[in-house]
Write a protein that binds this ligand. Structure first.
Ligand SMILES: [Zn+2]
Length: 88
C-alpha cells in the first residue's frame, strides 16, 4: 500500500487492452480469493489475459509483498503442482 504506480490525470482512453496494471488486477483477484493458491496460468485465465507472461511479471512483485505468499504447491484451480501465489 505504498507506491502503486503513477496514476496520471484521469485518463479514460479507449484502450482495448488497458495496460492499467495487470499487477493491480492480479492483486485484486487474489485478495478476492484469499488463502487459495493459484498458478500463473489460472490467474491469467481468470483475468482473461492472453499472455500469461504478463501474469508472471505481475506476480513477481507480489512475492515480496507482505500480504501475499509465493509458494510451491498445488494450484487451487487446476491442481497442477508448481509455483503459486496467494493472498493471505
Ligand atoms: Zn492453475
Amino acid at each position: 500500500m505504498d507506491d502503486s504506480g503513477i496514476v496520471g490525470a484521469g485518463g479514460q482512453g479507449a484502450s482495448e487492452e488497458s495496460v492499467m496494471t495487470v499487477g493491480a488486477a492480479v492483486a485484486q483477484f487474489l485478495q478476492q480469493n484469499r488463502n487459495k493458491p493459484f498458478c500463473d496460468r489460472c490467474i491469467g485465465k481468470r483475468l482473461g489475459l492472453k499472455r500469461h507472461q504478463k501474469v508472471r511479471q505481475a506476480t513477481m512483485p507480489l512475492e515480496s509483498a507482505p500480504s501475499f505468499l509465493s509458494l510451491r504447491g498445488y494450484c487451487f484451480e487446476c491442481g497442477a503442482f508448481g509455483k503459486t501465489t496467494m493472498a493471505r
